[in-house]
Design a protein around this ligand. Structure first.
Ligand SMILES: [Zn+2]
Length: 227
């Protein structure tokens, strides 16, 4: 995915200030230039590998000597300021609150060092204002933003962050997973402590003993409304 964001230009076409820094000094008189920065929304149901994909993307940048800012909302404080994926990968991240201005946060990091990419975990919990601020990171600062999150909650309703990312992102990318029946799972079912599907309750319920499973729409409807 990372390689798709770079284009190869003959060095002769570049003005000096356009040369990347540090100059990769590739053979053949060519240099890499980033294409237009974009706002990406990677969405899926539960347990599709969103966080694993985020960590891999951040690693790809850092492996090439580039700096990433990895953000996660405070609403999910299960692991403090670290991001954990189900397959055991983890990385330090910065928490942010719903009130925090993410453009200002990115700017404060840019003041310390060049920033090549911003990655956001649990992006469904972004506010409308924060999705706008992330679009400003792309449009004003020319830094790509990769947001990863759930599309809908356990009642099939869009989250606030997902609603505005679906509306404003340049690229929508679905991370696929499957239902127990083998069909693509697009919906999330919340199970209570007895393993029964929850039909009502708060959209965000972290720290309880509920669990979530991904299902296709047909099985989601069956578990929510019965046959
Ligand atoms: Zn199914």
């Amino acid at each position: 995915m990372n390689s798709g964001r770079w284009i190869l230009l003959p060095r002769a076409l570049l003005k000096p200030q356009q040369l990347p820094c540090p100059d990769p000094g590739l053979p053949g008189g060519e240099a890499y230039l980033p294409k237009m920065a974009k706002l990406y929304f990677y969405y899926s149901a539960m347990n599709a590998g969103k966080t694993t994909t985020l960590l891999q993307s951040s690693y790809n940048y850092r492996e090439r000597g580039m700096n990433t800012l990895v953000l996660k909302p405070c609403i999910d404080d299960r692991h403090g300021a670290r991001i954990h994926s189900r397959i055991g990968l983890e990385m330090a991240a910065e928490n942010f609150t719903p009130e925090q201005n993410l453009l200002e946060l990115a700017d404060s990091r840019v003041a310390e060092q060049l920033l090549h990419c911003v990655l956001v975990d649990e992006a469904q919990f972004l506010t409308q204002a924060q999705v706008f601020q992330l679009s400003e990171v792309v449009d004003q600062r020319k830094i790509p933003v990769l947001a990863y999150g759930l599309r809908t909650d356990f009642q099939g309703e869009l989250f606030e962050g997902s609603r505005h990312l679906l509306a404003w992102a340049d690229e929508l990318c679905e991370i696929k997973t499957i239902c127990h029946c083998g069909s693509k799972a697009t919906m999330v079912v919340r199970l209570d402590e007895q393993g029964n599907p929850a039909r009502a309750g708060a959209q965000v319920q972290i720290g309880g003993n509920d669990s979530y499973v991904s299902m296709c729409r047909r099985h989601f409807k069956e578990s929510l409304y019965g046959e």
